[in-house]
Design a protein around this ligand. Sequence first.
Ligand code: PMP
Length: 451
Amino acid sequence: MKANEKQLLLQMDRQHVWHPFTQMKDYADTDPVLIEKAEGVYLYDADGNRYYDTNSSWWVNVHGHAHPRIREAINRQLAQMDHVMFAGLTHRPGIELAHQLVELTPPGLDRVFYSDNGSTSVEVALKMSFQYWQQTGRTGKTKFAFVENSYHGDTIGAVSVGGVDHYFSVFRPLLFAASAVPSPDVRKGPSAEACVAEALEGARKLFESSADELAALIVEPMIQAAGGMIIYPAAYLQGLRELCTQYEVHLIADEVAVGFGRTGRMFACDHAGISPDFMCLSKGLTAGVLPLSATITTNAIYDAFYDDYVKLKTFTHGHSFTGNPLAAAVALESLRIFEEERVLDHVQDAAAHLKEQLKRFEAFSGVANVRSLGMVGAFELYKDRAAGVRFDFAERIGFRVYLEGLKEGLFLRPLGDTIYYWLPLCTTKKQIDDIVARTETVLKRMGFRDF
Ligand code: PMP
């Protein structure tokens, strides 16, 4: 791109665009990176510089950017049918995808309701659970429980069950009340087992005192992502499943971020061998290429809505782009790629390599809690690890890592002092080595030392 064209675009960006989750003042004298091309695991800016997309473009990308089969699937579908509404009408991509999702997700999940982003897939689950209890005679079950540190999206319902105060506290007066159960935050010690036992005990206490008022509990399976990349043992999920069954509270598994192979299994719930009552999917559903989401539930819940129209049991919820055929066609192609290219086998291998390579960070001053699951790896940066002193919020350590990362060809977007990778599933072992080496250079340049 010519230099004057780039400058003009950036000037227009500054004038007219409001970016998500961004303090725009940060860019008063720093340009955002103007991306012109994305291919495989790489992003290319307007000057031709290359960056590793280490967070899969906000945790969505699966098979790499510009995958030829995905491109062909969009073109094929576009030639046939673009978008049509999904009430009164149905179509092959929407039907076939629903069938595939039911086949792939844990047993008992049989009904697929589409929407178009992760937050709406959560809203749908919350509303369906609430309405289910209203029309099955348990009208007192109107409240929700969530896990501390959890994040389920930015719409008001999803924020109400969100546990990251830093993002949400300003909206508190707008939100419905929901109860928090403890996070199985294994970083707090003394052992993973003890953390899980304590967290489950907290959930049991809440259920004991208020299960009659609780419609559902929502959880991010295996990784509390936006809340700090907290990777926890499958036993916590198994424990929650048992409690939800015992106390008749729906279990909503929000697999928006972790679904579709990111943790090494197709769905994170598969690590625990559990079936939730609702599973929310988005992001990787279309290989991270087009917006689509699905809330999948059981026939028992579906049946409670199945009645004569006049009885007002209909689920009166829908979005303009529900079941978008282009997105559904891409999702189907992505699932074929998973199977034909044996993607999960590659992930097993690459994930083991990532875990090994991440150990290199343990030698660094200021690095703590190095951890990984599947293609997700993370660690915290401390000002003084030995004394347990963290960086002050005002020091913007994450933003500084982001800026240094760019110079090293990495698009890294830390969560505060948590540095993480959320790699495309197609990342090779050689690319993992390169990403880790470049990150080491970033840390050294910022004054962290390896011993
Ligand atoms: N649930 C989880 C676990 C998420 O991580 C996210 C987004 N990061 C969402 C829901 C919301 O998805 P979306 O941004 O597509 O609304």
